[in-house]
Design a protein around this ligand. Structure first.
Ligand code: PA5
Length: 358
């Protein structure tokens, strides 16, 4: 399950133990379920509840995207996600805003909270602390606390479970958090095989990156969050450029780019049972890539329910991105350029002022 040899092989480089963190996904999910299941939020659920909106950036956004993949085509309640500073006009006091920021100091999420306050939108914060926790305490809106000391992207099992527990608490007919517990056991049963896939994938990506190729990750619903996770995890862990492209939309524009030779390679996430309308498109694309000499791979989730499938893809991709970093000799945890940008913005914008009532 936890490959101790692999962890010790890279201990000299992986100074903040990101690899061990990913290996502990099943435990983290179980720990998160025990922390958050049965969550009771001290606030009044809007009646009627017209929708749930989840806002966050980067590692604090991906849990919302995951929930959209999980629920969007089955759920009648609108689930909206924001990774921006704009709160759409239709979000009013009959919506619930869940503002996720691991650090609690992210400008965009703070601006969304301020906009929501102006419009009287009920808000719940998910954070480990920072200005957002301070502000919530002052104004008396609920905070679901994340464990401290993690990289935001490594807090994914906690963020996801905090979100499912919030949804369960405001929509009593759901029991998503129980399904997360079951997905943790599913992951335990499959993790050896998933590690094998991740090792192979990381080596293939490394060989392509070493020949100056750039990766495009393709996928379709309900696996878009997993594709986007692979992109962002390679960005932050391995410090490489990666592009993410949605099917079938990219068949209507981006596909033209293959008429010109490029230095791209592709990875496509495909369903175990792919509907014909997507299978035919994939047949065409695979033939095109073969003819143009474009290296390509396909990845399928472990067979399970949708939540289990998504978790299995996240596990493969998180491991593969960390292994890619370690194999290229890079410490996966530090995100120096992001930190520098945040420091620079701190010199230009006082977030305490942004939070002050106008
Ligand atoms: O993984 C990261 O470090 C980033 O993507 C952060 O999650 C992002 O910058 C937002 O910060 P926070 O998660 O603290 O709101």
């Amino acid at each position: 399950m936890i490959d101790k040899d692999l962890i010790s092989k890279y201990a000299y480089l992986d100074k903040s133990a990101m690899l061990a963190r990913v290996f502990s996904y099943p435990n983290d999910l179980k720990d998160a379920v025990s922390r958050y299941s049965g969550l009771r939020l001290q606030f009044e659920v809007p009646k009627p509840l017209k929708g749930i909106t989840i806002a966050g950036m980067g590692g604090s956004f991906i849990g919302a995207f995951f929930l959209q993949d999980l629920l969007q085509d089955e759920w009648e309640l609108p689930l909206f996600t924001i990774k921006d500073v704009y709160l759409p006009a239709f979000i009013d006091k009959h919506h619930l805003l869940v503002a996720v920021s691991y650090s609690g100091n992210t400008e965009e999420t703070i601006r969304i909270i301020v906009e929501a306050r102006k419009k009287g939108v009920p808000t719940v914060a998910v954070t480990s602390g920072g200005l957002i926790a301070e502000h919530a305490e002052k104004l008396g809106y609920p905070v679901v606390k994340l464990p401290p000391g993690l990289a935001p992207r490594a807090a994914f099992p906690y963020i996801l479970t905090a979100l499912t527990a919030i949804v369960d608490s405001v929509v009593p007919s759901t029991n998503l958090t129980q399904s997360v517990a079951e997905a943790a056991s599913f992951l335990e049963r499959h993790c050896d095989n998933l590690l094998h896939i991740a090792l192979d994938l990381s080596e293939w990506m490394l060989q392509n990156y070493l020949t100056n190729r750039l990766l495009v990750v393709y996928g379709y619903r309900p696996y878009l969050s997993a594709c986007y996770r692979l992109k962002t995890q390679i960005n932050e862990n391995a410090k490489f450029h990666v592009f993410f492209s949605e099917l079938p939309e990219s068949n209507h524009n981006e596909i033209m780019g293959w008429e010109t030779p490029s230095n791209l390679f592709t990875l496509t996430v495909r369903a175990n049972e792919e509907p014909p309308h997507l299978r035919y498109r994939m047949e065409f694309l695979l033939k095109l890539w073969s003819e143009r000499g474009v290296p390509f791979r396909e990845v399928k989730p472990a067979k399970g329910n949708r939540l289990e499938e998504l978790i299995s893809l996240f596990y493969i991709f998180d491991l593969a991105s960390v292994l890619l970093a370690l194999k290229r000799g890079v410490d996966p945890t530090p995100v120096e350029t992001i930190s520098q940008l945040k420091k620079y913005l701190d010199t230009r914008i006082n977030l305490r002022d942004v939070l002050k009532p106008q």
